[in-house]
Design a binder for this molecule. Structure first.
Ligand code: SAM
Length: 241
C-alpha cells in the first residue's frame, strides 16, 4: 500500500478563462484565480486543472508558473467538446438581490442559454448589476461542469421584450391559471416569463396573453415565490428538452 493512498482522487479545479483555448496554448490566470489556486487550493507547478473559455469545450492544462500573484497554465488536450444547449431564455422580473443571485446560479446549473431581466410595473428592484450576475453565472458554470456561460442581457421593459421574441414560444407562468405545465411545454426555441413578487398588473397580463406565441402555464395550485416558479418551469422544460 502506498503511504499516501491515491484514492479518493483529488478532483481537479475547474476555471473559466477569457483566453481562447487550444492545444499547447499558454494561459495566464488572473490574480484572483492565481490566489485561489495557489493559496486556497494549494496547487503548484506540475498540477493539473480544467479550463473552459465558453466556446471551445473543456481543456486539461498543467500549471507551469506558480508565483504568489502570477500563475500560468499550459494546455495539454481537450477533454470535452462544447455542449449544445436548448435555445431557452429565462425572462424574469428581478426580485431582491439574494433571490436574484440564487435564481441566476440555479438557472445556470440547469442549462439556460440566456437570462433576460424584464422590468414590470411591480418590479421591486430598480437596479440590475449585470457584472455581478455574470460573476455568479461563471462560478456556477465552473462548479457544475458547463462548458458555456449563459448570456445575461441588459434589462428590458415588458413591451420591447414581448416585441422582440422573434417567433419563439412564450411560456407565461401565470399564478392565476393556465395550461398544466407538463402537458404544454414542447422542445424548441422558447422563453419562459416569470413575474415579480407582486404579480403582473392586469393590463400587463392582457398584453402578455395577446403576444404572438404566448401560452399561459400553471405550475400548480400554490402561489410560488418568483424564483421557485422560475426553477420549476425551467426544470420541467429541461426535462423535456
Ligand atoms: N402577487 C401574486 C399573487 O399574490 O397572486 C403572486 C406573484 S408570484 C409570487 C411571482 C410570479 O411567480 C408570478 O408572477 C408567476 O409568474 C410565478 N408563479 C407563482 N406561482 C405560480 C403558479 N402556481 N403557476 C404559474 N406561475 C406562478
Amino acid at each position: 500500500m502506498p503511504a499516501t493512498p491515491a484514492w479518493p482522487p483529488r478532483s481537479l479545479p475547474r476555471l473559466f478563462v477569457r483566453t481562447p483555448l487550444s492545444d499547447d496554448a499558454a494561459v495566464a490566470l488572473d490574480p484572483g484565480q492565481a490566489h485561489y489556486l495557489g493559496q486556497v487550493m494549494r496547487r503548484a507547478v506540475g498540477d493539473e486543472l480544467l479550463l473552459f473559455d465558453g466556446t471551445s469545450g473543456e481543456w486539461l492544462g498543467r500549471i507551469d508558473v506558480a508565483e504568489r500573484k502570477r500563475m500560468s497554465v499550459r494546455i495539454e488536450r481537450r477533454t470535452r467538446a462544447a455542449e449544445t444547449l436548448p435555445d431557452l431564455i429565462l425572462a424574469f422580473a428581478p426580485v431582491k438581490r439574494a433571490q436574484t443571485d440564487w435564481l441566476v446560479e440555479k438557472a445556470t446549473e440547469l442549462g439556460v442559454a440566456r437570462l433576460q431581466p424584464v422590468m414590470t410595473r411591480r418590479t421591486n428592484s430598480e437596479r440590475v448589476r449585470i457584472e455581478r450576475l455574470e460573476a455568479i453565472a461563471i462560478e456556477a458554470a465552473e462548479q457544475c461542469g458547463r462548458t458555456t456561460l449563459p448570456a445575461i442581457a441588459a434589462p428590458l421593459a415588458l413591451e420591447p421584450f414581448l416585441g422582440g421574441l422573434g417567433g419563439r414560444r412564450l411560456y407565461f407562468a401565470d399564478e392565476q391559471g393556465g395550461e398544466p405545465v407538463t402537458s404544454t411545454l414542447a422542445p424548441g426555441p422558447a422563453a419562459i416569463l416569470i413575474g415579480p413578487e407582486g404579480g403582473f398588473a392586469e393590463e400587463e397580463r392582457a398584453a402578455i396573453r395577446a403576444a404572438p406565441g404566448a401560452v399561459a402555464i400553471s405550475l400548480g395550485p400554490r402561489i410560488l415565490r418568483a424564483e421557485t416558479a422560475a426553477l420549476a418551469a425551467l426544470t420541467a422544460y429541461m426535462a423535456l428538452a
